[in-house]
Design a protein around this ligand. Structure first.
Ligand code: ATP
Ligand code: MG
Length: 340
């Protein structure tokens, strides 16, 4: 007696791949909010106007800045990103404008600053509201005159540099709190643009997730696919960490998957305080439930070995089968029955 062929359980659970769409510059997304943003960028890219990009962390501000540069007539000239918040206050002037030999202790040779490096191109001043107020005054003067001199130097240097700045704070509030000079805000925000948070463009979630999956597939020469449930989970979440959080979530699920990528519910995963992973170490908070600590150690080790489950299991001293069971439980939010 012949039996009817069983439907392939995997096939029926696999999500249909969304139609590929062209990015605008480096930016993926077709939602109303992204379309509006891209229309603005297309116009301002052609000009010399300063642009201030305002948006929450992870919304793609740096990609917006690079896209403006790439779509401008300066595209072949340098694009120099500078994280103003990461440079100590006593060094930032020399970093931006350079210094002459012997101008201060440690200035053993002449140093060319970011503005000179960006000559003919674009400088991207990220986290601009973190810059010390006295430096903001100097920056404003340079933007107004187009001239500066290196620290310890007298030669006036003039450069042709387009300025794009970004902040993840509300600039008006930063002005009210005294962190951001109002005159600099007006000078920079000739053309303000807002990078919308991901929760305001839910229509982009699937497309972005697929873009990142394609990227990881290409990088690892893999051919993994999303399950239908993953797409539903991704769409239902609010993404407080925006596109960066989405990208990291897809990456983690990609590493764990053999063929079908299952994304665990991020709202459950984020209830655990995230330990910091630096230089191969993992900080686990005192009082973390053992099950959560085990989970973090397992996932961090798997990440460390770039998804190699055999090496991970051997290193952690568990059988490959136990590791598979654990990963399966984590992916599907199942209770943990087997103690390690
Ligand atoms: N529209 C997009 N298309 C493709 N990738 C994106 C998009 N937006 C953001 N990304 C990716 O998300 C990550 C975060 O983007 P980016 O670093 O530009 O954010 P940010 O707003 O500068 O964040 P922060 O304020 O924390 O510096 C990057 O890996 C970037 O490539
Ligand atoms: Mg950034």
């Amino acid at each position: 007696m012949s039996r009817a062929p069983k439907p392939d359980p995997i096939e029926s659970e696999v999500a249909e791949k969304p139609a590929a769409t062209e990015p605008f510059g480096l930016l993926y997304g077709r939602s109303e909010a992204m379309t509006q943003l891209c229309n603005q960028l297309a116009k301002v890219a052609q000009t010399f106007a300063s642009v201030l990009i305002i948006g929450e962390s992870g919304t793609g501000k740096e990609l917006v800045a690079k896209t403006i540069h790439d779509r401008s007539q300066r595209a072949k000239q340098p694009f120099i990103p500078v994280n103003c918040g990461a440079i100590p206050a006593n060094l930032i002037e020399a970093e931006l404008f350079g210094h002459e030999k012997g101008s201060f202790t440690g200035a053993v040779s002449q140093h060319v600053g970011y503005f000179e490096h960006a000559s003919g191109g674009t400088i991207f001043l990220d986290e601009i509201t973190e810059m010390a107020p006295e430096m903001q005054v100097k920056l404003l003067r340079v933007l107004e005159t187009g001239c500066f001199h290196r620290v310890g130097g007298i030669e006036q240097i003039s450069v042709d540099v387009r300025v794009i700045a970004a902040t993840n704070r509300d600039p008006r509030t930063a002005v009210e709190e005294g962190a951001f000079r109002e005159d600099l805000l007006y000078r920079l925000a000739v053309f303000p643009v807002r990078a919308p948070p991901l929760r305001e463009r839910q229509g982009d979630i699937e497309l972005l997730a697929q873009h990142f999956l394609d990227h990881f597939n290409a990088a690892e020469k893999a051919n993994k696919v999303f399950s239908k449930r993953s797409i539903e989970t991704l769409k239902a979440y609010a993404w407080p960490g925006n596109v960066r959080e989405l990208k990291n979530t897809v990456h983690r699920a990609f590493i764990l998957a053999d063929k079908v990528v299952e994304v665990p519910n991020p709202s459950i995963a984020s209830r655990v305080k995230k330990p910091l992973l630096r230089d191969g170490t993992l900080n686990v908070w005192i009082g973390t439930p053992l099950a959560d600590a085990q989970r973090e150690i397992i996932l961090a080790t798997l990440n460390h070995f770039e998804g190699d489950k055999r090496k991970t299991a051997t290193t952690l001293g568990v059988s490959l089968k136990t590791l598979y069971n654990r990963l399966d439980a984590y992916q599907n939010n199942l209770p943990l029955n087997d103690p390690l």
